[in-house]
Design a protein. Sequence first.
Length: 135
Amino acid sequence: GIYNIMGTPAIFAPPQTAIDVLKIINSLNKTNTSYDRFGTLLSRVKPAPYQFVSSNVSFAEQYYMGMGINNGSYERTSVYLDINSSALKKLEKIKTNATQSGVLQYNITRSGNFTLVTVVSKDLWRVLPVPEEAS
């Protein structure tokens, strides 16, 4: 038999040929979204009321920051893909002094080429990123 598929383009072909043409057409029309680009990074965090993601930073290939409230405290999660060594050293230094500055929790977790930083405090200003974290 022959299939007659009306549309743009119209297809008049044997069944398998028509199916193959439709597969090609559908694969060409796939929309590339930002989620395709940042999906691996975003899959490492839970959704937050405020989120920011960028690949236009000097300290990592990709950067994510999410902020929200968890159990009555403010929480910031930052994820770095391929963080550079000087930025990682700055994070370690900030972690060392974090509890002295009113931060309840400052954790750095490395997994492959991802670095996850979680900061928790009762004070919103304590969880906001300091300039040293973004350089």
